[in-house]
Design a protein around this ligand. Structure first.
Ligand code: SAM
Length: 292
């Protein structure tokens, strides 16, 4: 060991580490590991610059991506891992990169990542697919607490994050995401890149939170309106939105939106217009439809 802070000791190949610790993938925890250094390096480079603030990685598992982040100059990496079997492996990585890796054992859904480390905070993760969407929603609600989010999703989820109106993928998740962040598709990753291989293709996406949401709207009302519009996506808005506000048709007409349109035809701007109109109606004392 050179003794220089931050200079890595050579670590054995990941497959060897897994075998030595007798680790096997737990499907219930969405464990599909990346061992390919080209791929983990590519994700780390996409998330750069990493030399300021903190990189927060959710679900490091045996630490392939963690190592790549450290090798690509991350000043500090904070990992949150639920499966305690990986603690010894992560501790070895921490020893190899002195003072640069902080390990948190726990459920990422219960951790407020916006309070971890120091700004600029960048989240980088090959996400456990079963909790990817709720995690993303919580991070987007934190606004500009994060400088960027470089995340691997199932391709079909990535397609929904990136969708345009009038497509089958456009929906609630699209609007909630694009309203708060700029989203960019980086690259696809085939199942064979993982151990064990998942059934589906994955996609790495980068999100940059907006300083202000795209158009003004109350987040809870917008969510309620999009949930109703896409919950019955084959129905016309005058019908699907009636459950949110009985006078939906009237409000749609006043907002210049055809009551016969379907949710997938509306832009994010139009959904925000509707959310404001619905909220104004409710505040003005129209028959309440319960808490929005
Ligand atoms: N980052 C590693 C890689 O790329 O090889 C592992 C990625 S694997 C798809 C997802 C990881 O997230 C697993 O290590 C799993 O144990 C962990 N995980 C699953 N649910 C979690 C949760 N709620 N909080 C924190 N970690 C979680």
């Amino acid at each position: 060991m050179s003794g220089d802070k931050g200079v890595a000791l050579p670590l054995p190949p990941l497959r060897e580490v897994i075998a030595r610790h007798g680790l096997s993938a737990n499907r219930a925890l969405g464990q599909n590991f990346l061992f390919d250094l080209n791929l983990t390096g590519r994700i780390a480079r996409a998330a750069a610059p990493l030399d300021k603030g903190s990189v927060i990685e959710i679900g490091p598992g045996p630490g392939g991506l963690t190592r790549a982040l450290l090798d690509h100059g991350a000043r500090e990496v904070i990992v949150v891992e639920r499966d305690r079997r990986f603690q010894p492996v992560l501790a070895e990585i921490s020893a190899a990169y002195p003072g640069r890796l902080q390990i948190i054992e726990g459920d990422a859904l219960k951790v407020d990542a916006s309070k971890l480390g120091t700004a600029p905070r960048r989240i980088v993760a090959n996400l456990p697919y079963n909790v990817a969407t709720p995690l993303l929603m919580a991070w987007l609600e934190a606004g500009t607490a994060f400088t960027s989010l470089t995340l691997m999703f199932q391709k079909e989820v990535a397609d929904r994050l990136l969708a345009r109106p009038r497509t089958k993928d456009y929906g609630r998740l699209t609007i909630a995401t694009q309203w708060r962040a700029e989203v960019k598709r980086l690259f696809d990753v085939p199942p064979r890149a993982f151990t064990p291989p998942p059934k589906v293709t994955s996609t790495v996406v980068q999100l940059v939170p907006r300083s202000e949401p795209l158009f003004p709207a109350d987040a809870a009302v917008l969510e309620k309106v999009t949930a109703a519009a896409f919950g019955q996506r084959r129905k016309m808005l005058r019908q699907s939105l009636r459950q949110v506000l009985p006078q939906a048709e009237e409000v749609l007409l006043a907002a210049g939106i055809a009551p016969t349109a379907r949710g997938e035809e509306l832009s994010i701007e139009q959904f925000c217009t509707l959310a404001r109109a619905f909220k104004a109606r409710r505040v003005a004392g129209a028959r309440s439809i319960g808490p929005l």
